[in-house]
Write a protein of this length. Structure first.
Length: 454
C-alpha cells in the first residue's frame, strides 16, 4: 500500500486541458461576480436622478451589497471546507445572479437595497472559494499566475459592465443592466456536471475512486494502484478559524486582514464612485464610464502580470511595490492632466488595487496549509469586506463635503500605503511553503521500488 500525498501529485503536474477547463470555469464565474458587484457604480448617476438620492445615501445603498458579501465571504469559506467547495460555489452563483436580476424590478431604494444585500451573500463567497479551488488544482510552479488568470474574471466583469453601460443605460434604461444577470443562470447545469469538487474534501469523505480519476487527469504521470492510500493534511481537533492563529501564524494572519481591509476599501470605493468622481471633475458621463473600463483593463493587467512577477520575484516584494505605485498614481490622478495620461493613471490604479488584491489572495493560498486554506482566504477577505463596506460610504462622504478633486483621490491613496506597511509584517518562515514536510518531492513516491505496506 502506498501513501499518496495528493498535494504533491498536483503540485508536480504539468499544465494540461484539465487545468485549463478549471481556469475557464473559474474565470466565467468571476466575470459574473465582477459584473454583478460593479454594476451599481454604472447606475448611480441614474438612481440619484430618478430617486432623488444624496451621494451619502447612495453610498449606504451600495454598501449593503458589500455588507452581504462580507457575511457571505466569512461563511462560505468555512462551509466550503465542511460541505465541499463545489456545492457552495454553485449555490452562491444561483443566489447572486437571481437577486441581481430582481434588482432590475425594484420600485425604489428600499426593495432595491434588499435585493442587493441578498445578492451580496452569494457574491462574497465566490472569490475565496474559486481562489482556493484553483490553487488546489494548480501546478506549484505556476500557482500564482493561474490564480491571477482566474481572478481576471472579476475585472473582465467590471470591463463588461462599463462597456454595456455606455450603450444600455442611455438607450433602454438602467434596469436592463440588472436583467442581463438572468443569462448566466442558464449555465448552472453545465457547472454542476463539470466543476470538480475539492480533492481534500473527497479524500475526507472516502471518495477514493473519484480521487484516482481526478489525479490521473491532472497528472498523467501518476499511475494509480487500487490500494493507494490518499493523504491530506488535516487537523485532528479544534475549530478551523482558531487554526489560523496557531503555529505562530497570529501576526501574519492579522497582517493579511489589515491588508485585505485596506485594499478592498480602495477597490470597491473606486469601483463604486469613479464614474461620479470623474463627472465631478468635469468629464461627461460617457467618458466617466470609459474611465471605469480603463480601471478594469489595468486590473486585468495587474492580476496576470502581478501573478507572473510574484512567481519569480516573491509575492511579498511584488505586493509592497504594487501598493506604493498604486498610491502614487491615485495622488497624481487628482491633478488634471491630458486625458490620455488620466486614462493611464486610472489603469495603473486598477492594476495596483484589484491586481494587487489578487496577488495577495494567491499569497494567502501559499501561506496557509490545505485544511484551512478556504477558511484562511475566506476570513481574510471577509475582514477585508469591512473595508469594502466602508469604501462606498467613504466615497459618498467625500463627495458630500464638496472637497477639491485632488483631496478625494489622496483619500483613496492613503489606504494603499497602510496596506504596503501591513504586508511587511508577514512572517514567511511560518508559512505552508516553508514547511519541510510538504517539500518532499513527488518524484520519490513515483520511483519507489516497492509500495509501502501497512
Amino acid at each position: 500500500m502506498r501513501n499518496i500525498n495528493i498535494a504533491q501529485i498536483i503540485g508536480e503536474s504539468k499544465l494540461n486541458s484539465f487545468h485549463f477547463k478549471i481556469i475557464a470555469m473559474g474565470v466565467f464565474i468571476l466575470v459574473c461576480d465582477g459584473f454583478d458587484m460593479m454594476v451599481y457604480g454604472t447606475v448611480i448617476p441614474s438612481l440619484i436622478e430618478e430617486w432623488g438620492l444624496t451621494s451619502s445615501t447612495a453610498g449606504y445603498v451600495g454598501s449593503l451589497t458589500l455588507l452581504g458579501s462580507l457575511i457571505g465571504c466569512l461563511v462560505s469559506g468555512t462551509l466550503g471546507d465542511k460541505l465541499g467547495r463545489k456545492k457552495v460555489i454553485i449555490f452562491g452563483f444561483i443566489i447572486f445572479n437571481l437577486f441581481t436580476l430582481l434588482a432590475g424590478f425594484a420600485q425604489g431604494p428600499l426593495d432595491f437595497s434588499i435585493y442587493r444585500f441578498v445578492a451580496g451573500l452569494g457574491l462574497g463567497g465566490m472569490p475565496p472559494l474559486i481562489t482556493a479551488l484553483t490553487f488546489e488544482y494548480s501546478p506549484k510552479k505556476s500557482s500564482s499566475m493561474l490564480i491571477g488568470m482566474v481572478s481576471t474574471g472579476f475585472a473582465v466583469g467590471g470591463m463588461l459592465v462599463a462597456l454595456l453601460g455606455i450603450f444600455v443605460i442611455p438607450n433602454i434604461g438602467w434596469q436592463w443592466m440588472f436583467y442581463l444577470a438572468a443569462i448566466p443562470l442558464l449555465t448552472v447545469p453545465f457547472l454542476i456536471k463539470h466543476l470538480p469538487e475539492s480533492l481534500a474534501f473527497l479524500v475526507v469523505k472516502g471518495e477514493d475512486e473519484k480521487v484516482r480519476k481526478i489525479l490521473e487527469r491532472a497528472n498523467p504521470t501518476y499511475e494509480p494502484i487500487k490500494d493507494d492510500k490518499f493523504q491530506v493534511n488535516l487537523p485532528t481537533s479544534g475549530m478551523t478559524v482558531k487554526k489560523l492563529f496557531e503555529e505562530k501564524r497570529s501576526i501574519s494572519t492579522l497582517a493579511f486582514w489589515v491588508t485585505s481591509f485596506m485594499v478592498l476599501l480602495v477597490v470597491y470605493g473606486l469601483g463604486t464612485w469613479l464614474p461620479k468622481l470623474m463627472v465631478e471633475a468635469g468629464f461627461p458621463l460617457k467618458s466617466s464610464l470609459i474611465f471605469l473600463f480603463a480601471l478594469n483593463i489595468g486590473a486585468v493587467t495587474g492580476q496576470v502580470g502581478g501573478g507572473w512577477l510574484a512567481d519569480r520575484l516573491g509575492s511579498k516584494r511584488v505586493i509592497v511595490i504594487m501598493f506604493l505605485i498604486g498610491s502614487l498614481s491615485l495622488i497624481f490622478l487628482g491633478f488634471r492632466s491630458p486625458e490620455i495620461i488620466m486614462y493611464l493613471l486610472v489603469a495603473i490604479a486598477g492594476a495596483c488595487s484589484t491586481g494587487t488584491s489578487t496577488v495577495n489572495n494567491a499569497y494567502l493560498s501559499l501561506f496557509y496549509p490545505t485544511f484551512i486554506r478556504s477558511t484562511g482566504i475566506g476570513w481574510s477577505l471577509g475582514i477585508g469586506r469591512f473595508g469594502a463596506v466602508i469604501g462606498p460610504i467613504f466615497g459618498g462622504f467625500l463627495l458630500d463635503l464638496s472637497l477639491p478633486t485632488h483631496v478625494n483621490f489622496i483619500g483613496f491613496a492613503f489606504p494603499g500605503v497602510l496596506a504596503a506597511i501591513a504586508i511587511c509584517f508577514i512572517q514567511e518562515k511560518y508559512s505552508n511553503f516553508k514547511n519541510p514536510i510538504l517539500a518532499r518531492s513527488f518524484e520519490s513516491l513515483k520511483h519507489e521500488a516497492k509500495p509501502k505496506l501497512e
